[in-house]
Design a protein around this ligand. Structure first.
Ligand SMILES: Cc1ncc(C[n+]2csc(CCOP(=O)(O)OP(=O)(O)O)c2C)c(N)n1
Ligand SMILES: [Mg+2]
Length: 319
């Protein structure tokens, strides 16, 4: 990677962290309706993963989707405006936190129903295979989703049809308040891919460079016509499942232990220790991300609400 690319990964991770912290604040001020699932702690996963894709590769995820949107190149302005339900938002203020999508950036959302986007991902990949497009579909989902029927149907068909897709399980150790071991018969989720003969790998999700490397290899493998690949990425969410989670299901010591492994801190040290960036350069990127976040909040607050007529727009595709 060129130096610029190393720095860009750092900038993206810091920007996601700050946008999420701003979102938490806006939620507490009563400016965001519905649920809000933050990506804090998991930034290295989507940043490493999506940095390895080509523009024609599709990305689809569940509802913990703000960071993924930023990695796909959606401006922070539009992400925060969507959270506030403003007309300038990614989904024109009608999707909210869980339904951000921008097909022009090959970002296919943002889906609220656990596991339900997995057959959609399979369909995207089938379409690409049928049309002989040189595109790989990257489908992200949580550990909890691997207990859902859709997961098994989608994985099975992806292997039967040798579809060009990378399945990415973000194993953040919990599905809402349920620890993996309490809900899944196997605690290594990649074993479920094994059951469908899908090649797989487990990756340290707190290290953005390890995620990137694994993603590059997985995407190249799939692009060469070998059928699907499955990545299980070990990570942790530092905040509650959504806002207002009393977190009775895990001990503060456990959270602290993972927080000592903060993916941004780890990457910061790697960049400095390996002489890839100076402290001053990283300070500058942090300041840049802070200014972008503040400007995005202001942009969103000053943006208009959707007009009532917008209720009837963008529901169906014009025939
Ligand atoms: C089909 C369905 N069942 C239940 C829910 C409620 N629900 C929302 S998030 C969630 C947990 C999912 O956990 P996981 O897939 O690990 O994702 P994470 O929240 O950890 O990112 C559940 C059960 C839902 N949205 N959809
Ligand atoms: Mg989970």
């Amino acid at each position: 990677m060129e130096k610029d690319e190393y720095l860009d990964l750092y900038h993206q991770m810091v920007l996601i962290r700050l946008v999420e912290e701003a979102a938490a604040q806006l939620y507490q001020q009563g400016k965001i309706g519905g649920f809000l699932h933050l990506y804090i702690g998991q930034e290295a996963v989507s940043t490493g993963l999506i940095s390895a894709r080509k523009p024609q590769d599709r990305v689809i995820t569940a509802y913990r989707d703000h960071g993924v949107a930023i990695n796909c190149g959606l401006p922070a302005n539009q992400v925060i405006a969507e959270l506030l339900g403003k007309a300038t938002g990614v989904s024109k203020g009608k999707g909210g936190s869980m339904h951000m999508a921008d097909v022009s950036k090959n970002y296919w959302g943002g889906h609220a129903i656990v596991g339900a986007h997995m057959p959609i991902a399979t369909g995207l990949a089938l379409g690409d295979q049928y049309q002989k497009n040189d595109a790989v579909t990257i489908c992200m989902f949580g550990d909890g989703a691997s207990n859902i029927g859709y997961f098994h149907e989608a994985l099975n068909l992806s292997k039967v049809w040798k579809l060009p897709m990378v399945w990415v399980c973000e194993n953040n150790q919990y599905g809402m308040g349920t620890a993996v071991d309490r809900a899944s018969a196997v605690s290594e989720i990649r074993q479920k891919a094994e059951g469908y003969c899908i090649p797989n790998e487990c990756v340290d999700g707190m290290d953005v460079l390890k995620v990137r490397q694994a993603a590059e290899e997985a995407i190249a493998f799939v692009r060469s016509g070998n059928g699907p690949f499955f990545l299980e990425i070990e990570t942790y969410r530092f905040r509650g499942h959504s806002m207002g989670d009393p977190e009775r299901y895990r001990k503060p010591e456990e959270v602290r232990k993972w927080q000592e492994n903060d993916p941004i801190g780890i990457y910061h040290r790697t960049l400095v220790d390996q002489g890839l960036a100076s402290e001053a350069e990283l300070d500058h990127l942090e300041e840049k991300a802070e200014a972008e976040t503040a400007a995005a909040v202001q942009f969103a607050e000053n943006s208009p609400e959707p007009e009532p007529e917008a209720l009837f727009e963008h529901i169906y595709v014009e025939g």
